[in-house]
Design a protein around this ligand. Structure first.
Ligand SMILES: *[C@@H]1O[C@H](CO)[C@@H](O)[C@H](O)[C@H]1NC(C)=O
Ligand SMILES: *[C@@H]1O[C@H](CO)[C@@H](O)[C@H](O)[C@H]1NC(C)=O
Ligand SMILES: *[C@@H]1O[C@H](CO)[C@@H](O)[C@H](O)[C@H]1NC(C)=O
Ligand SMILES: *[C@@H]1O[C@H](CO)[C@@H](O)[C@H](O)[C@H]1NC(C)=O
Ligand SMILES: *[C@@H]1O[C@H](CO)[C@@H](O)[C@H](O)[C@H]1NC(C)=O
Ligand SMILES: *[C@@H]1O[C@H](CO)[C@@H](O)[C@H](O)[C@H]1NC(C)=O
Ligand SMILES: *[C@@H]1O[C@H](CO)[C@@H](O)[C@H](O)[C@H]1NC(C)=O
Length: 431
C-alpha cells in the first residue's frame, strides 16, 4: 500500500521520499478516518431518520380518524362482547339494594377491585366510586353514573375494558369513573362536583328506571353530550341492524318526561320511554333493550374517552329548536319567536366558524386539542345556562310543559333562552 501511495514520489526528489510517504500515509489514515466518520454519520443519520419516520408513522396512525381508527377493532370487540352480556350473572342482576343489603356493595367492590384496569375503589354505605386512570389525559374524566340495572351495565363495561387492557395493552386516553349508587337518590354529582367539576368531559346517567319503559330509546341532557349519545346510538343501530322498533333513529326528546338534570356539568340521561301504561313484562324485549342500552353507553364512553377532539355537529340541536319554533303559532308569541330564531341563526353561524377552526388545528399538538376540548366543555355548560338551583334555562322539554301556561310566562322563558344563546355567541366570539 505504501508503494502505491508513494508511486508518484518515487519519480520526485529522492531524499524527501520517506517523509512524503509518511505524510501521505498519515493523510490517508486521516481520510479513512474522515470517511469512516462520514459513513458512520450518514448511517447514523439514516437510522435516526428512519426511526423518526417510523415514530411519525406510528403517531399518524394513532391520530387517524380523530384518534379512533387505530383502535376501531377494540371498539367493535367491546360492542360484540356486550351483545353476549346476558351470559354474565353480574350483568343480569338488578343491584337495587346497596344501602339495604351490605352484601351487594361488598360484591360490587370485590368485582371492581379485582380488575387491574381499576386504579382506585372508594366504597361507602350507599355508593361506590371506581376510577380507571387515563394514559394520556388522566386529569379529564368521563363519568358513568348508574343504579339498579344500570349497575350491571357498568360492571360489564368495566370488565370488558379490563379484558381489552390485559389482552391488547390498551389504556383509555382519558380517565373513566364508575359511580354506582342505590336507587333512592344519586349522590354522584355531589361527590364529583366537590373536587372536579371543570374536569368532567361528560357525565352519563343510567338509573334504575332506564329500562322500565317499553317505548323509544331517549336521551336528555346538555346539547353536546346529547349529540354524542345520539351519534353513538346511530352507530350501534347500523352495526347491529336493529330495527326502528328497538332503536328509532330519529327520536325526539322534547315530548317526553325526562328533562335535563339540575346540574351544571355536561351530561346525558339515557333511558327507554314509558309510553304504555299496560306494561305487561316481555322478558325478551327487556333483555334486548338492556343490551342495546349497554352498547350505546359503551360506545359513548369510548368516544368521549378516546376521541382526540370532541366535535359538535349541531344539526340535531338545530332541528329540535326549529321543530319547537314551528309549533308556536300564537300571535302574542310571534315577536319573541322571531327573536329566538335570529339568535339561533347567529349561534349556529358562530358554531360553524368554530368547527372550521377545529378542522384546521394540527391534532399532533396535544396542547391545542386540549384547549379545544375544554372550550367545547365550557360551551356545553354555557348552553345549559343553569339558574341558581342549577336548573337549565334552555331546556326545550320544559318549554313543552309550559305550553298551556299564560303567554307572558312563555315570553319570559323565551327571553331567557335568547340571553343564554347570546352568552354562548359572545363566548365563541371571544376565542
Ligand atoms: C378475580 O379474578 C380472578 C381471575 O382473574 C377470578 O378467578 C376471580 O373469580 C375473580 N374474583 C371475583 C370476585 O370476581
Ligand atoms: C322519523 O322517521 C320517519 C321515517 O323514517 C318519518 O316519517 C318521521 O316523520 C320521522 N320523525 C321525526 C320526528 O323526524
Ligand atoms: C313523541 O315523539 C314520537 C316520535 O316522533 C312519537 O311517536 C310519539 O307519539 C310522541 N309522543 C308524544 C306523547 O307526543
Ligand atoms: C301497549 O302495550 C300493549 C301490550 O303490550 C300493546 O298491545 C299496545 O299496542 C301498546 N300500546 C302502544 C301505544 O304501544
Ligand atoms: C296553532 O296550533 C294549534 C296546536 O298546535 C292548532 O290546533 C291550531 O290550528 C294552530 N293555529 C293556526 C292558526 O295555525
Ligand atoms: C338548520 O336547519 C335548517 C332547516 O333544516 C337549515 O335550513 C339550516 O341550514 C340549518 N342550519 C345549520 C347551521 O345547520
Ligand atoms: C350547583 O352546582 C354547583 C357545582 O356543581 C354546586 O357547587 C352548587 O351547590 C349547586 N347548587 C345547587 C343549588 O344545587
Amino acid at each position: 500500500m505504501q508503494r502505491v501511495l508513494s508511486f508518484q514520489m518515487v519519480r520526485g526528489v529522492n531524499e524527501s521520499r520517506e517523509f512524503v510517504t509518511k505524510r501521505m500515509c498519515f493523510s490517508f489514515i486521516l481520510s479513512i478516518g474522515f470517511l469512516t466518520f462520514l459513513g458512520g454519520y450518514t448511517l447514523g443519520r439514516f437510522v435516526m431518520i428512519r426511526a423518526m419516520e417510523f415514530r411519525a408513522e406510528k403517531r399518524r396512525l394513532e391520530l387517524a380518524g380523530n384518534g379512533l381508527e387505530n383502535t376501531e377493532h377494540l371498539q367493535r370487540f367491546m360492542l360484540k362482547q356486550l351483545e353476549r352480556a346476558s351470559l354474565d350473572p353480574d350483568f343480569e342482576m338488578k343491584w337495587d339494594s346497596f344501602n339495604l343489603k351490605e352484601d351487594d356493595i361488598y360484591q360490587v367492590n370485590n368485582i371492581l377491585s379485582n380488575l387491574s384496569l381499576i386504579e382506585k375503589v372508594v366504597k361507602c354505605q350507599s355508593h361506590i366510586v371506581a376510577t380507571a386512570r387515563g394514559a394520556r389525559e388522566p386529569d379529564r374524566y368521563v363519568v358513568l353514573s348508574a343504579s339498579g340495572e344500570g349497575v350491571g351495565i357498568a360492571l360489564k363495561l368495566a370488565k370488558i375494558f379490563n379484558q381489552i387492557q390485559e389482552e391488547c395493552t390498551w389504556k383509555p386516553r382519558r380517565s373513566i369513573i364508575f359511580c354506582l349508587f342505590s336507587a333512592s337518590s344519586n349522590p354522584c354529582p355531589e361527590i364529583l362536583s366537590s373536587f372536579l367539576p371543570h374536569k368532567i368531559v361528560a357525565y352519563i346517567v343510567v338509573d334504575h328506571q332506564a329500562l322500565q319503559g317499553k317505548g323509544h330509546f331517549i336521551v336528555s341532557g346538555s346539547d353536546i353530550v346529547q349529540f354524542m349519545v345520539l351519534e353513538s346510538a346511530s352507530i350501534v343501530k347500523d352495526w347491529f341492524s336493529y330495527d326502528n322498533q328497538l332503536l328509532s333513529s330519529n327520536n325526539t326528546f322534547y315530548n317526553v318526561t325526562t328533562s335535563r338534570l339540575a346540574l351544571d356539568i355536561p351530561h346525558a340521561v339515557l333511558s327507554y320511554v314509558n309510553n304504555n301504561i299496560t306494561c305487561n313484562e316481555d322478558h325478551h324485549e327487556r333483555e334486548l333493550h338492556k343490551i342495546i342500552l349497554a352498547q350505546i353507553v359503551g360506545q359513548t364512553i369510548w368516544k368521549f374517552s378516546e376521541s382526540l377532539i370532541i366535535k359538535w355537529n349541531p344539526s340535531y340541536f338545530n332541528n329540535t329548536a326549529l321543530d319547537i319554533l314551528k309549533s308556536i303559532n300564537n300571535t302574542e308569541l310571534l315577536d319573541v319567536k322571531e327573536k329566538v330564531q335570529q339568535t339561533l341563526d347567529k349561534l349556529l353561524t358562530s358554531i360553524k366558524i368554530c368547527n372550521k377552526k377545529i378542522d384546521t388545528v394540527d391534532n399532533i399538538n396535544t396542547l391545542d386539542t386540549r384547549i379545544l376540548n375544554d372550550l367545547m366543555m365550557d360551551l356545553d355548560r354555557i348552553l345549559l345556562c343553569p339558574d341558581k338551583q342549577n336548573q337549565s334555562r334552555t331546556d326545550w322539554s320544559k318549554f313543552f310543559r309550559l305550553n298551556h301556561e299564560p303567554s307572558d310566562k312563555i315570553i319570559m322563558y323565551m327571553n331567557e333562552v335568547v340571553k343564554c344563546y347570546e352568552n354562548a355567541i359572545q363566548f365563541l366570539q371571544d376565542r
